[in-house]
Design a protein around this ligand. Structure first.
Ligand SMILES: O=C(O)CCC(=O)C(=O)O
Length: 336
């Protein structure tokens, strides 16, 4: 009996921390939340990669020069990497807009599919000139590529659509930089959070390939991200994620429990910082996935127009978006 009780209290560590940070009354102290730029080296280390050649695609995809990226590792979490906002203002705007305007279109799958048949959710939100905020807040996830099956947790060839070429290209730049030259983005969950949303503790283990890293891109409001070990007995660390930050779960961290217990108002708005400058099409030939580069550059530059970007700005001022990208298949495997 005593043994069973000990086991229970040990198993509760992740949940205890989740409940602590989720609470509104009382509000949690944020003292132990890791902000990578302010944290002591007994917890976080800033690393400089041995070789770092720039990728000519970076600027086109809305990224700052790779040589300026700030990358961090965590003493308690081998395999976990954190890149502090490597996106330009234009890049932030581009990806937010994609997640709202394009990725939730059919044939992609949405959580709201079970209650309504909406061909184009973003257009539907503005059907009657005013914004339907209720409908906006209903969207919690969209799946891309191999669609995640929330019940069976099994990917199938029958439940798959084209993976967005721009997101495949972005993931390829990151993968190459980190030394995963054979990484292929094949599935993604786009998560939409509002100020009271949470994501409970889970591991991502549906992919056939569990060696490939998982890439997580966040935009908009901030979040507390919890990451523990491969079972819930490990006390998780709480990490502050801001707009533009990238989290990479690789190696030992790939199968660790993680969760989002709280969304926090962002202190900055990096999607507003006015360094916005046109992306030019000089290095267009180096694309791997994007098939219509001229059109792509045009779409990126459209977001300079503040009027055109206004609806997306209104959304992101009260919400957070996370694109969670995975490789599903093993190398040399063509189907499930
Ligand atoms: O929103 C996040 O930062 C994490 C999302 C996540 O864990 C997932 O989609 O599996």
């Amino acid at each position: 009996m005593q043994e069973k009780q000990n086991l229970l209290s040990v198993e509760d560590k992740f949940m205890k921390s989740f409940k602590y940070y989720k609470s509104n009354k009382p509000k949690p102290s944020l003292e132990d939340v890791i902000d990578v730029e302010k944290c002591a080296t007994d917890k976080v280390n800033k690393i400089t990669p041995d070789t770092c050649t720039d990728d000519p695609r970076a600027e086109l995809l809305g990224l700052k020069s790779i040589r300026t990226w700030k990358i961090y590792t965590f003493v308690r979490h081998p395999g976990l990497l954190f890149i502090r906002n490597p996106f330009t203002t234009l890049g932030q705007r581009y990806w937010v807009r994609k997640c709202l305007e394009e990725y939730p279109r059919k044939p992609n799958k949405l959580n709201i599919d079970i209650e309504m048949n909406v061909e184009d959710w973003w257009v539907e939100c503005f059907k009657n000139s005013e914004c339907d905020r209720q409908l906006q807040k209903k969207l919690r996830w969209t799946t891309l590529g191999y669609h995640h099956n929330w019940d069976t947790k099994v990917y199938t060839e029958q439940n798959k659509s084209l993976f967005p070429l721009d997101l495949a290209e972005l993931s390829d730049i990151l993968a190459k930089y980190l030394g995963y030259s054979n990484f292929k983005a094949e599935a993604a969950i786009v998560n939409y959070y509002h100020m009271n949303s949470t994501l409970s503790a889970h591991t991502d283990h549906s992919e056939v390939n569990l060696e490939a890293p998982l890439f997580s891109f966040s935009f908009g409001q901030s979040a507390i991200f919890l990451i523990g070990g491969q079972d819930k007995s490990v006390e998780p660390s709480a990490i502050l994620i801001k707009s533009g930050d990238i989290v990479v779960m690789s190696k030992e961290a790939r199968l660790c429990y993680h969760a989002v217990p709280k969304i926090l108002p962002s202190a900055e708005s990096p999607w507003e910082e006015v360094e916005i400058s046109n992306v030019s099409s000089n290095s267009i030939s180096s694309f791997k996935y994007i098939s219509q580069p001229e059109e792509f550059v045009g779409t990126m530059n459209e977001n300079i127009d503040n009027e055109k970007w206004n609806r997306f700005r209104n959304y992101i001022q009260e919400s957070r978006i996370n694109m969670n990208v995975r490789q599903v298949l093993n190398e040399n495997q063509n189907s499930i």
